[in-house]
Design a binder for this molecule. Structure first.
Ligand code: GLY
Ligand code: MN
Ligand code: MN
Length: 464
């Protein structure tokens, strides 16, 4: 074993993927806009606000996170901007970006701004104005349009739209015509975002690759007596080292019984001998999320019970993934995995009864307490309809270009006195990111160790 000046254990030599993509070409965002505008009716206007900075306390802010619909349509990462898309009665389109002005003083203190000239040159919008011009120009743009599209989920922005509409209405005696139809732009953008382009897939592959390196690092750095937050630090270190400065969501680093708290993010406990460590962490790369979970033994060796539950969850995950192809659905995958996990828990004596009845009663959901997966993209729980029926089944048929997580888990809290003591305190989730292809699927989560043999071998190398 060689040492380095930082006294870090050597990490496995996994090369970064060839020709990694770290951001989309700006021309891709113009294509996203064009696809959206093709869905706008003639004589309509669509409005997409950027996010604002969020105060953490007093005069410090959280790391800026752009509004994802706005980002999908612009690639523009500054706060307080507004994208306006216009379609005239002849079906011709125009895109206008309102953004913060160049400002020497602000740029010395806070950071560079793109400004209006570069917005047109680099981001490919037809026109760009300073945000202060919105108040004057918006009522004019709205006047005479038959439909206004904007996201109904943003209450504050909806109130702003109504203020502009009221301004148009107040000029009715001067000949102004108020739009009569309002349409929710969110589901339209959601359907576009749901199907990923080749470039988006390349970016998500790279976000997954970096996240996989981080999970490997965590396994290699794990030791009894370390704290959960120290493992979180290893994860974030590896993300940033490869160009993904932010996680896509707050990392869950849960030792032992903490794994049975689904959204545990305290990450404050010490890691104990003979316990498992569940890490649910994914990098965000140029806005796109990875969402990966790995569960492994703190001391590098699974106990017999941990091994049994782990292998069951791993087999369930692979069963689901191998069935993915166009036409498959979460509803059908649920049938497969629920039956498989039920059989496993019966075999272990964790649940008892007639197998057919247990399956139809969905008894396994007492231990597999969340969904099998979700869409993944610019948001970790990405947008897009699931076609849920009254039985809460997700019937939507998978299509080429959709990306989803598959993440079965079994959770047996210490407090569950209905099972033998030896099973209690085990919480296992294994989560991969899968793209649907014409012939089946691509597992984007290719480099995160997952078999018992691979995990134990990787961990032994370091502790030996
Ligand atoms: N990381 C959140 C989830 O797995 O859905
Ligand atoms: Mn997930
Ligand atoms: Mn997750």
């Amino acid at each position: 074993m060689t040492t380095n000046p930082l006294n870090e254990a050597p990490l496995s030599k996994v090369p970064l993927s060839k020709s990694p993509m770290s951001q989309l070409p700006l021309s891709d965002y113009a294509k996203h806009r064009a696809t959206f505008m093709a869905k706008m009716p003639n004589n309509s206007i669509a409005l997409f606000p950027a996010a604002s900075e969020l105060t953490r306390s007093n005069d410090t802010e959280y790391a800026f996170c752009q509004n994802k619909n706005f980002f999908y349509l612009t690639g523009f990462n500054e706060p307080d901007a507004l994208l306006v898309l216009l379609k005239n009665e002849q079906g011709q389109n125009k895109s206008i970006l309102f953004s913060l002005p160049k400002d020497a003083l602000h740029e010395i203190w806070q950071g560079r701004r793109i400004g209006q000239i570069k917005a047109v040159q680099d981001y490919g919008v037809d026109e760009s104005f300073e945000v202060t011009d919105v108040a004057n120009l918006l009522p004019d743009y709205l006047d005479g349009k038959s439909q206004v599209l904007f996201g109904f989920s943003d209450h504050d922005f909806a109130a702003q739209v109504f203020t502009w509409l009221k301004q148009v209405k107040s000029s009715v005696r001067q000949g102004a015509k108020t739009p009569q139809h309002l349409a929710d732009a969110d589901p339209i953008v959601a359907e576009l975002r749901l199907i990923k382009t080749e470039n988006e897939l390349a970016l998500m592959r790279q976000a997954n690759h970096i996240s996989g390196l981080a999970h490997q690092r965590a396994m290699q750095k794990c030791q009894v007596g370390k704290f959960e937050y120290q493992m979180e630090a290893e994860i974030l270190h590896e993300f940033a080292r490869h160009g993904a400065r932010h996680p896509a969501y707050a990392s869950i680093v849960a030792g032992g019984d903490n794994a049975n708290i689904l959204h545990y993010t305290d990450n404050s406990d010490v890691l104990k001998n003979n316990e498992l460590l569940l890490i649910d962490a994914g990098a965000e790369l140029s806005g796109y999320a990875a969402d990966i979970t790995r569960t492994f033994p703190v001391n590098g060796q699974f106990t017999a019970e941990q091994k049994a539950i782990y292998q069951l969850v791993l087999d369930a995950k692979n069963l689901a993934i191998n069935a993915i192809k166009p036409g498959m659905s979460f509803a059908k995958l649920n049938v497969l995995t629920n039956a498989f996990l039920t059989q496993g828990l019966v075999d272990f004596g964790i649940i008892e009864g007639d197998l057919t009845e247990l399956i139809s009663d969905k008894k396994v959901k007492e231990y597999f307490i969340h969904g099998l997966g979700h869409w993944l993209g610019l948001d970790v729980h990405d947008v897009g309809d699931y076609h849920i029926n009254t039985d809460r089944e997700q019937l939507r048929a998978f299509e080429v270009g959709m990306v989803m997580t598959i993440e079965p888990g079994i959770y047996i809290p210490l407090s569950d006195l209905s099972v033998e003591a030896k099973w209690r305190g085990i919480g296992v989730r294994i989560e991969d990111n899968i793209a649907v292809t014409a012939t089946g699927f691509e597992n984007l989560t290719a480099n995160s160790p997952q078999t018992i043999e691979d995990i134990e071998a990787l961990m032994i190398k370091v502790t030996a």
